[in-house]
Write a protein that binds this ligand. Structure first.
Ligand code: SF4
Ligand code: SF4
Length: 431
């Protein structure tokens, strides 16, 4: 057993209100300079939606697809990328159009336009050309369209998405997905860099780009399945979320966590067994990756683990931090948090508690019509595709626990005791 230290984050999607406040201090502190205009270490997407960059979840768009071969994650064989081309050219990059054309508004028209039938409108204007533009899509486009339209992007086949969702107005659903770099245990960005510029810190697992060594190959951009490395066109180097390591080292939380309006982010330390990483990379069945992921994380309260960790040089302060951290409990003990797209097999370490709301039957734990989860606005299948590679039972179990907790908390009397009649009425007899 090779015990390693990792800082991780869990976000409770039920509490995200999509205000984007988290993105702003991050932008102002880390990427507020020329060349980094489109770079968002933290961004917030509307789901289901196009994402940032466009359709990042569809690995066939940028990478020609991934497959597990010889025990590791590899680009699909037989794709259009020959070995020769791979060495001298990197064709798998998102283009600037896949992020978006940065725009502002032509506010002058608000003032100069003559009075008319309708209110004057500030037209969107490109920050690059200065011309008025027609905005066809954006990373949070569904904020405006309530998730009902996928027609704005015409170069992407949405058939699979449409088949699995109910894209008509009465069944519209949406939620927000804040995203930072996953600081993966098995980071594809590190593995793909020909210059060895990307590295994972031993002391806390934070993944960084050495700006002195980066030569702008951008293989990290194509290699990262979460598309969380960005190329700074002015500096000619790649950059990415640094998990606010200068703040972490001073005992402070990340800027996104500290500024979060919904208080959705839990940061914590966790211990893991680095020897088990290769076991996960070699699992052929996508649906088994999530549970294997759980086996990698170690119980920081287990005396045997603690003594191994101390023997292997993990500082006691880190072990204590892992014991006080909510990460192991939420992810492994309570099984309420899940890794995004575990099938990518990079072992991401920013996890999500799935959103419960909006709930169709919030007061019923179970009724005669069957499982209340089948009446939820957000289909369980959609959440499972996002968080467990399609494996629904773990998601169902987590959602049911969250519903039960919500009902329990609402049943509490002034003196703090639960109202058993309320609980029995909804079938929660065991509490
Ligand atoms: Fe690297 Fe991407 Fe994983 Fe971040 S999310 S560690 S950039 S592979
Ligand atoms: Fe969501 Fe918090 Fe970011 Fe607001 S600040 S968008 S609530 S993660």
């Amino acid at each position: 057993m090779k015990i390693k230290a990792q800082m991780a984050m869990i976000m409770n999607l039920d509490k995200c209100i999509g205000c984007h406040t988290c993105s702003i201090p991050c932008k102002n502190v880390w990427t507020n300079r020329i060349g980094a205009e489109y770079i968002w270490y933290n961004n917030v997407e509307t789901k289901p939606g196009i994402g940032y960059p466009k359709i990042w979840e569809n690995q066939n768009i940028y990478n020609g697809g991934w497959e597990v071969a010889n025990g590791s994650l590899q680009l699909k064989a037989g794709g259009k990328i020959s070995k020769f081309v791979k060495i001298f050219h990197n064709p798998d990059l998102p283009k600037i159009d896949d992020y978006y054309e940065p725009w502002t508004y032509d506010y002058a028209k608000l003032i100069s336009r003559a009075p008319g039938k309708h209110q004057p409108t500030a037209r969107p204007k490109s920050l690059i050309t200065g011309e008025n533009i027609e905005i066809k899509w954006g990373p949070s486009w569904e904020d405006d369209l309530a998730g009902a339209s996928t027609t704005a992007v015409d170069d992407v086949n949405f058939k699979d998405l449409q088949d699995s969702l109910y894209l008509n107005f009465q069944n519209v659903f949406m939620f927000y997905l804040p995203r930072i770099c996953e600081h993966c245990l098995n980071p594809a960005c590190v593995a793909s860099c020909p210059s060895g510029a990307l590295y994972k810190r031993d002391e806390d697992g934070i993944v960084l780009v050495d700006q002195e060594r980066c030569r702008g190959w951008r293989y990290c951009v194509s290699g990262c399945p979460y598309k969380k490395v960005y190329f700074n066109w002015k500096a000619g180097r790649s950059e990415k979320c640094i998990l606010c390591y200068p703040r972490m080292e001073a005992g402070m939380p990340t800027l996104c966590a500290e500024s979060c309006v919904g208080r959705i982010r839990y940061i914590g330390a966790v211990l893991y067994d680095a020897d088990r990483i290769k076991d996960v990379a070699g699992i052929a069945d996508d649906r088994k990756v999530y549970s294997a992921h759980l086996n990698i994380l170690l119980n920081p309260d287990d005396p045997e683990i603690i003594s191994h960790a101390i023997e292997q040089g993990i500082p006691e302060t880190f072990i204590h931090a892992a014991q006080r951290s909510p990460i192991y409990k939420l992810a492994v003990e309570w099984k309420l948090a899940f890794p995004p797209h575990p099938e990518f097999r990079t072992l991401p370490m920013v996890w999500y508690i799935p959103p419960l709301s909006p709930v169709a039957n919030s007061l019923e734990y179970e009724d005669e019509t069957g499982d209340v989860l089948d009446n939820m606005r957000i289909p369980v299948k959609y959440l499972a595709n996002l968080l467990t590679a399609g494996d629904e039972p773990p998601i169902r179990s987590a959602l049911r626990r969250m519903i039960a907790l919500r009902i329990y908390m609402r049943s509490l009397r002034v003196d703090g005791s639960p109202n058993l009649e309320v609980l029995e009425a909804v079938g929660m007899n065991e509490i």
